[in-house]
Design a protein around this ligand. Sequence first.
Ligand SMILES: [Zn+2]
Length: 288
Amino acid sequence: MELNNKSGIYFWVFIFCFTIIVWSSVFLYGFDGKLKVYFLNVGQGDAIFIETPDKFQVLVDGGPDNSILSELSSVMPFYDKSIDLLVLTHPQKDHIFGLIDVLKRYEVKNVLFSSIQYKSNIYDEFKKIIKEKNINFIEAKAGKSLVLGDLVKMDLIYPFFDASSKKVKNPNDISLAFVLTFLEKKFLFAGDAELKEEIDLVNSGIDIDVDVLKLNHHGSNTSNSELFLEKTSPDIAVISVGKDNPYKHPSKEVLERIKDIKILRTDINGKIIIKTDGFKLKYQTEFN
Ligand SMILES: [Zn+2]
């Protein structure tokens, strides 16, 4: 009898704790009608987690090591182990490495990248896991538009050509680029695009006037030309970069070019969250 009473108490304690955990998760990660873009703090590399108001989740690149896993757990509910779309801008280590563990540990529903030919063991493993897990593959090509739930879309703007099976020495030059739009607000992401791709984009006549720009190639001076910055005219520039990195990113010249707009940097601000209701932008940072 006593045992039964105890079991009953344990049962109600369990139900109470479970309810608290579920409701705290709803408050923490709940539905607030906003698009959230998290620039994760993964050191010298890129990893951007996007969540639409309908909870459609996208991960763009995975950073140079395993820090993506703890960063993802800090922005996703503990019970959520699936990602709707995984995007690889180009197969260099500082963008692809962390994605291997993500592919292994999460249920990834779709992957999007340019299937270029590039010699790299990590890239080979990346493609192997996708094949083994039978994940839906979308070849990246300008002109494709992906609908991410209601009101949010992802327009691919680079590469213009079919890059599949194209041999490349410098994958930066074929960085997948896209514009993310939610009502009146736009974000532009173009991996490590350098001057050549920037000129192609400007000359294409595609509308690249945006509100938030992730600076290309960690703020390097071989990218982020005056012309590109003028055409994109962002209100906020985000730099995904590691502290004291050997490449001296971001370059002083680039910082000078964007001195009149809001600059957010993962090496100084840590994780950066930009939220929008489609009309206004708000940002929060981990540090400073
Ligand atoms: Zn990079």
